[in-house]
Design a protein around this ligand. Structure first.
Ligand code: NDP
Length: 311
């Protein structure tokens, strides 16, 4: 059976930064990319706050750069999903894609987080047919048409601004009487004349036909319901951690974020480390995820060295 010294699950900034450090420390890391290769950054537009890019960088480019940097030192990147991990004994018995079994001496969990949906049946029905959680990926399909974005945070404002540059009109549906987004983001929204912010509005139903979304029914602060004609409905209401694989196996908080020891990436199971958004409900920034990937690789290296010294 294949034996892996350092398995890294996830291919976002945390996973690839961990891989760079692990590869340079000769841990021969294997990265399993997961469902969304490159992670959430591949679905964003330009990133202006990642250090080292004075002119900003496209999310996909940044992830390609990180991947190439990890590969330069010998990281092996595999397309595939880890479907089971037996955490009861070390080395850990791991299953990839429900069929490939191997053993891992250490694991760095960098599985990130995913977009949340409202949970409306009509929203599910029209997913991929006008309902999307990624304006950068799907905005193109609604060029010169009217669309709506749900949410009042930085993501919602960023998505609305992006869509406003290609669509005719953007409705920003915000449940509170104010935006939670940073001042800079709010100013960007205010500067776009084709964004209409609907404060104290909730989505009742996504409307459509066989061809996809045609509108959305909203309820305003007075409880009055009315319909808006749109072709695209975008969710930007936050994220949940992708940690289901470790449910009941690693200690987590009530929202499912993996708990790590203070100032460390150590999880509740010796030999398993966590990095990035799967353990961070607070900062959720690419640079923070990258930093925590570095920490996880250093912790992993020290753990393996200590194990070797015991032998
Ligand atoms: P947030 O959690 O910050 O915001 C989520 C928004 O969705 C809130 O306005 C919330 O409303 C709303 N919401 C949540 N659930 C529902 C629901 N069921 N119905 C309607 N509205 C709902 O998530 P973001 O993804 O916006 O941001 C996450 C983190 O990433 C933040 O720290 C943010 O600063 C950061 N970020 C930074 C960017 C940048 O600097 N370029 C870009 C994007 C994100 P309410 O306010 O009522 O809770």
């Amino acid at each position: 059976m294949e034996k892996i010294k350092c398995l890294i699950i996830g291919s976002g900034p945390a996973g690839f930064t961990a891989a760079i450090y692990a590869a340079r420390a000769d841990l021969q890391p294997i990265v399993y990319e997961g469902i969304e290769a490159g992670g959430q950054l591949t679905t964003t537009t330009d990133i202006d706050n990642f250090p080292g890019y004075p002119e900003g960088v496209n999310g996909r480019t940044l992830m390609d750069d990180l991947r190439r940097q990890a590969e330069r030192f010998g990281t092996v990147v595999r397309a595939g999903i880890i479907t089971d991990v037996d955490t009861s004994s070390r080395p850990f018995r791991v299953t990839a894609d429900n069929e490939h079994l191997f053993e891992a001496e250490t694991i760095i969990v960098a599985t990130g987080a995913s977009a949340k949906y409202l949970g409306l049946p009509s929203e599910q029905h029209f997913r991929g047919m006008g309902v999307s959680a990624c304006a950068t990926c799907d905005g193109f399909f609604y060029r010169k048409q009217d669309v709506a974005v749900v949410g009042g945070g930085d993501t919602a404002c960023e998505e609305a601004t992006y869509l406003a540059s290609i669509c005719r009109k953007v409705y920003l549906i915000v449940r509170k009487p104010y935006l939670r987004a940073s001042k800079a983001m709010q100013e960007r929204v205010a500067a776009m004349s084709n964004i209409e912010v609907l404060f104290e509005h909730n989505t009742v139903e996504v409307l459509g036909d066989d061809d996809g979304v045609t509108g959305v029914r909203v309820r305003n602060g007075e409880g009055k319901e009315y319909d808006i004609d749109i072709a695209g409905f975008f969710l930007a209401i936050g994220h949940h951690p992708n940690t289901e694989l470790f449910a009941g196996k690693l200690e987590m908080d009530e929202a499912g974020y993996i708990i790590t020891a203070p100032d460390s990436s150590r999880t509740s199971v010796e030999g398993i480390f966590a990095a990035g958004d799967c353990r961070d409900s607070h900062y959720r920034q690419a640079i923070v995820a990258a930093g925590s990937g570095c920490i996880a690789a250093l912790d992993c290296e020290r753990f393996l060295a200590a194990q070797k010294a015991k032998q």
